[in-house]
Design a protein. Structure first.
Length: 467
């Protein structure tokens, strides 16, 4: 049995041990908190948007010319060593870095240390002025041993600061990487018309609400997706290299009489024009007429600009709004069907347009039982409207030959659709000929070459229209 005095000593030891553990734990927590605290401080107190001008120079490279940037009307321009637009993404990267740069730690800026840190003759120097007139400077030298920081002097301070290496990576770029490489300046969704001249001819189209319509080479609906893709791709395209800073000899580059020209126009009437000239290797010389620079574009950009009327026109066979149709007359191999809309969702077979005897016979069950009265069942024209709206042409003939017209002399399918305003749309599709069918509508003499499946899908009987 443990003596009372021994027990007291044992309990006291446990209490002392627990207390020591607790205070050690608290001290550890405090040290951990201190070590994880952000002890950095901002290099500058400013936002990227506060900067009005920036000069980047490269003292360690005597051959490198300083690059001067100024913001005009909200757009960054390079004014030295030449006048051109700046690459917005690259410049914004530098400005954002300046606004967010934080000093990790500082070192004494003694002469020997300046030399070791590469700050005696800095790799990059940034001098910039804010909108309020305040001026700042930053000298960037070598990276530290970790490679994640760079030695720097902020605003001619005596101490050397450690800043993020990403600032050096953003600023230490040649002129060609910091200048604008856009092929043509425009915002694709804002364009309301375009004129494209290429080896296939001249194409002109204008936008009406959300639809494009061609006026050249003929009047026809445009393919919204294809045209929007064309404009978006050119707006985002970038030149590969600079051929000349001045248009001194346009003929030399094939730009005196360019093989391709694209002019886009917005709602305010402002235009932008791209010219494409001779081919050199796998690239082509090109020029934005608002700038003196002659540059090169790659084959992908060139191919976009060589699209034809056939590539960009709407290839849908029929255009109509099913919600506006109030009456439909269908003629096909199964006979004739007449239906009239009763309300938004309901249709009915016309009393005077019941299926003919041939159709009735086709609709009879094989067991000879009489079918339910068709008029007693709900009627839907989805099986007529959906195929007509979805079918696209394999080829379009704006000036059909007599041979093509003859194919539609006795169409295998015909539909007459009347809308609520009394407008009539006639649709005809031929029999299968050499693996295809041919269709036309009353809207134009154009004939469309279609896959034969459309004809099979439209061989409807009254029972096909009832639910």
């Amino acid at each position: 049995m443990i003596k009372k005095s021994t027990l007291i000593v044992l309990l006291a030891a446990i209490i002392v041990g627990a207390a020591a553990y607790y205070f050690d734990w608290k001290r550890g927590q405090k040290e951990a908190a201190n070590s994880s605290a952000d002890n950095t401080k901002p290099a500058f107190t400013l936002q990227a948007d506060d900067i009005a001008s920036l000069n980047i120079s490269f003292p360690a490279d005597p051959k490198a010319q300083p690059i001067h940037f100024e913001k005009h009307n909200g757009v960054w321009q390079i004014t030295q060593p030449l006048q051109t637009s700046a690459d917005d993404a690259s410049l914004q990267g530098i400005l954002q870095q300046l606004g967010s740069a934080r000093v990790a730690q500082t070192e004494p800026g003694t002469p020997d240390r300046l030399k070791v840190f590469g700050l005696e003759t800095p790799d990059v120097t940034l001098d910039f002025q804010l909108k309020n007139g305040a001026k700042h400077s930053l000298r960037l030298g070598k990276k530290d041993f970790t490679g994640v920081s760079v030695y720097a002097i902020v605003d001619r301070a005596k101490d050397v600061a450690l800043l993020p290496e990403s600032l050096l990576a953003s600023a230490d770029k040649p002129l060609q990487e910091l200048r604008d490489h856009s092929v043509l300046h425009f915002v694709a969704p804002d364009m309301t018309s375009f004129d494209l001249k290429n080896p296939s001819g001249e194409l002109a189209a204008a936008k009406d609400h959300d639809a494009w319509k061609f006026t050249k080479p003929s009047s026809a609906p445009g393919d919204l997706y294809a045209i929007d893709q064309l404009l978006a791709s050119i707006a985002s395209s970038r030149m590969t290299t600079i051929a000349s800073e001045a248009p001194d000899d346009l003929a030399k580059f094939g730009l005196a009489s360019p093989g391709i020209s694209l002019t886009v126009t917005d709602a305010k009437g402002e235009t932008a024009t791209l010219l494409v000239g001779k081919k050199e290797g796998d690239e082509y010389f090109a020029r934005d007429t608002s700038r003196p620079t002659i540059f090169r574009i790659n084959q992908d950009v060139y191919k976009k600009l060589t699209q034809s009327f056939s590539d960009l026109r709407d290839k849908k066979f029929v255009h109509f709004d099913p919600a506006t149709i109030t009456h439909a007359e269908i003629h096909n191999a199964s006979g004739t069907i007449l239906v009239t809309r009763e309300d938004e969702t309901n249709w009915t077979f016309d009393a005077t347009g019941q299926p003919d005897e041939k159709t009735k016979q086709n609709d009879q069950p094989k067991n000879g039982q009489q079918k339910d009265n068709q008029q007693a069942k709900p009627v839907s024209l989805d099986k007529l409207f959906n195929p007509l709206q979805q079918v696209t042409s394999e080829e379009i003939f704006d000036r059909p030959t007599p041979e093509l017209l003859a194919k539609l002399a006795k169409p295998a399918f015909a539909a007459i659709l009347t809308d609520k305003n009394g407008k009539v749309l006639k649709v005809e599709i031929s029999k299968v000929s050499s693996g295809f069918v041919y269709g036309r509508t009353s809207e134009a003499p154009t004939i469309y070459k279609l896959k034969p499946q459309i004809l099979t899908g439209l061989d409807l009987k009254p029972s096909d229209l009832t639910n």
